[in-house]
Design a protein around this ligand. Structure first.
Ligand code: ATP
Ligand code: F6P
Length: 432
């Protein structure tokens, strides 16, 4: 990251591909204490300079350790990095460790926006805890001026970089290499910071839900139809006259749930429920009976387990990537999806890890409202007063079919477990 304070560097870093953010400011607070006034950031203050360099060194070291010991994929070094010298040091150190470097610079000369950013997020920073807001604002402005005095925008033509100018009004992209960098560029070009809400709901209760069956393409149950009738009223109250778009899957139960909504609709295949393959149409009990090893394997590692002829949660996360990208571009949107799909989308915005994600409780007949904020998402659940079955299955405390290599009594040796190895998974970076 490159940019003056309050240009959204940390905001931008929180988004997108599974990453770990290494924030120099946090390290500086730990080393030197939070409440330093602007003179600490004066380039002519040798003591401040020394301590800031120490925080920068330690944070970079931390990131290098993460790459080497924890198989890190995308590390974000979140600091101002606002001089040629600082970037040269970063570039050299990282390339020596075979790490590809991509700079993301956020430039913003919209004074009103910067002033609003300071009030929105900087006043609540530990740097200004218990301080009078006006004193804090003027100190932060003085801090920006300290950085401004030595700020050098990126001109290093041999580096890969993107400059985001005035939140999406202009972009300058240089020497983008490879798939991942191009996805990051695409993603950043879609980011906006206008306030908006993301609504999510599972379809109304379906006939298959009543029977406890997985998958399929069944109709809504009578109670599910009631939910579909009630949904426009619930949404209207929240929207307060604003427009929005509705995305459903291509399956009947989500389309029927959207039936009475007076907004433009898009039926998207990527939102179809996780494909249960050969288990489609079975109940959990029938799956356990017919495919006991598979059933146990799913309990063991639900995120990675791929149904025979079907999908894993990992596959679904991958297939939802374009939806997530599109969501960044949108204003208010309602997604009517399925249990696994809403788990993945909700889990993405609420930063759940891979082990927790497949067990997130997303009840039927409940509208979820997410409001993206600078560093997190606010959430509200609105439960409609229409009963529905509970389709959530908890992770069993004890596996019912042991999956470990088993010793055969009396044989003196070990035989491999009879369970087939899991099908290969696609390479989605593991969560940080
Ligand atoms: P610091 O250097 O003090 O840590 P920062 O550059 O990391 O500051 P953030 O803490 O991320 O800034 O500031 C968040 C604010 O910036 C939010 O209010 C967010 O809406 C806004 N913001 C997000 N993206 C941009 C952008 N591209 N330009 C300007 N402001 C932005
Ligand atoms: O001042 C903004 C800030 O985010 C500080 O909190 C942090 O110490 C600093 O930038 C990190 O950047 P630099 O490496 O330029 O000191």
């Amino acid at each position: 990251m490159v940019g003056l304070p309050a240009r959204g560097k940390t905001y931008i870093s929180q988004k997108g591909i599974k990453t770990k953010v290494f924030n120099v400011g946090n390290c500086r607070r730990e080393l030197c204490g939070a409440q330093q006034d602007n003179t600490f950031f004066d380039p002519n203050n040798p003591c401040g300079q020394k301590q800031r360099k120490e925080a920068a060194d330690l944070t970079l070291q931390d990131m290098l350790t993460w790459y080497s010991e924890q198989d890190g994929v995308v590390g974000i070094y979140d600091a101002t990095n606002s001089t040629v010298q600082r970037r040269q040091w970063l570039h050299e150190t990282l390339t020596q460790h075979d790490i590809q470097v991509f700079f993301i610079e956020s430039i913003c000369d919209d004074e009103k926006l910067v002033a609003a950013n300071i009030r929105d997020v900087k006043l609540s920073s530990p740097d200004y805890k218990d301080m009078d807001p006006e004193t804090a604002v003027s100190d932060f402005e003085a801090r920006i001026a300290q950085y401004q005095s030595q700020y050098e925008t990126i001109v290093e033509q041999d580096y890969s970089y993107i400059k985001l100018i005035n939140v999406g009004s202009q972009f300058i992209v240089n020497m983008v290499k490879g798939y991942l960098e191009s996805r990051i560029v695409y993603y950043l070009m879609n980011l906006h910071i206008r306030g908006r809400k993301i609504y999510m709901s599972r379809h109304g209760e379906s006939m298959y839900n009543l029977d406890g069956k997985l998958g399929g393409d069944s109709d809504l149950s009578p109670r599910g139809r009631l939910y579909a009738q009630m949904l426009p009223g619930i949404i209207k109250e929240k929207l307060d006259g604003k427009e929005m778009v509705v995305w459903t899957s291509t399956l009947k139960r989500t389309i029927q749930t959207s039936e009475h909504l007076p907004y433009s609709k898009l039926h998207r295949k990527a939102l179809d429920e996780l494909d249960a393959g050969v288990c489609d149409g079975l109940t959990y009990e029938q799956v356990e009976e017919k495919y006991p090893e598979d059933f146990a394997r799913r309990d063991e590692d639900k995120f990675n387990y791929r149904y025979r002829g079907g999908e894993s949660y990992r596959d679904v996360v991958h297939r939802l990537e374009p939806i997530i990208m599109d969501l960044e571009r949108q204003e208010d949107v309602l997604i009517i999806g399925h249990q696994a799909i809403i788990r993945c989308l909700y889990g993405f915005f609420m930063n759940y890890n891979q082990d927790e994600l497949p067990y997130i409780k997303i009840p039927l007949h409940t509208l979820i409202e997410l409001t993206p904020k600078a560093y997190s998402c606010e959430e509200k659940f609105y439960k409609a007063d229409i009963p529905a079955v509970d389709t959530h299955r908890e992770k069993p405390k004890q596996p019912r079919h042991p999956l470990t290599t088993q010793a055969i009594p009396g044989s003196g040796g070990e035989v491999p477990s009879p369970i087939a190895p899991s099908s290969p998974s696609i390479n989605v970076p593991s969560s940080s």
